[in-house]
Design a protein around this ligand. Structure first.
Ligand code: HEC
Ligand code: HEC
Length: 209
């Protein structure tokens, strides 16, 4: 985490508390809400108004270490929400937030975010974009897709927040309990620490739909 994230972390913690309070007051135990069977995208859109505090109104995050959710593959997104809820993936902000969501809300959120377009926030990438593209094509494309759009098994990376990519690539490179996936550790070792930033610049500025 960079130094500039310190005030941001206080804000995120406050937002997390606000989310839990508001969710407890609105969703569970409210018979009329439980009886209705809204369309998943509409349900997802309504719950996503809380997520927007951190992940942005149209799923484009306001914070460099918080991921965009717009355009993310719904199957991948749902798996991550479940992984946060079970504690398999660890995040001081996300673990508590995801536990309170019902299964219908989780599916609705995944369906809703998949309908939104990604607009990369890195519009002035640093040097190394061409090298990053070459390394990506060689090592990563076989799983994440030629245009980094992902599929049901693999996250979309195109247009993702630069700092979020950096943090998670480092997490796989030197695995801890925070997030673990052995094939990603192998890919990061093959890429090497010195080439990571070029790939971050390439992916975070990649404007594909
Ligand atoms: C308090 C701020 C905050 C709120 C509110 C919040 N998130 Fe998050 N979210 C984060 C942070 C920080 C991360 C990155 C965690 C990490 O580094 O692993 C994250 C990560 C995620 C991821 C992982 C994405 C990926 O590419 O792997 C998903 C999915 C997600 N959040 C969904 C949601 C949903 C759905 C909501 C609303 C119900 C929500 N979040 C509300 C802060 C928040
Ligand atoms: C063998 C297939 C495979 C290869 C090769 C691979 N990845 Fe991944 N990657 C995955 C899977 C699967 C996940 C999701 C794992 C999880 O749930 O934690 C992932 C997750 C990620 C994430 C986290 C995304 C998010 O939204 O949180 C990043 C960043 C990433 N990969 C970057 C790369 C880069 C860069 C390369 C090439 C140097 C690469 N990957 C190569 C399969 C692969």
């Amino acid at each position: 985490m960079s130094r500039s994230n310190a005030p941001c972390r206080h804000l995120l913690a406050a937002l997390a508390t606000a989310f839990l309070t508001a969710h407890a007051a609105s969703a569970p135990g409210n018979p009329s809400a439980a009886d209705a069977v809204p369309d998943p995208v509409a349900l997802g859109r309504s719950v996503a108004s809380f997520c927007a505090n951190c992940h942005g109104a149209a799923g484009i995050s306001k914070y460099p270490d918080v991921p965009n959710l717009a355009g993310q593959n719904p199957a991948y997104l749902l798996r991550q929400v479940d992984a946060f809820a079970s504690g398999k993936r660890q995040s001081e902000f996300m673990n508590g937030l995801m536990k309170v969501l019902s299964s219908a809300e989780r599916q609705g959120l995944a369906a809703y975010y998949a309908t939104l377009n990604v607009v990369p926030t890195n519009t002035h990438p640093g040097p190394g974009v061409a090298e990053g593209a070459r390394a990506f094509a060689k090592i990563c494309a076989r799983c994440h897709g030629d245009d980094a759009l992902g599929d049901d098994e693999h996250p979309r990376l195109a247009g993702q927040q630069a700092e979020y990519l950096r943090i998670n690539m480092q997490r796989y490179y030197r695995p801890t309990k925070v997030r673990f996936y052995a094939p990603m550790t192998a890919a990061m070792s093959q890429l090497g620490q010195d080439n990571m930033e070029a790939v971050v610049q390439y992916l975070s500025s990649l404007n594909t739909h």
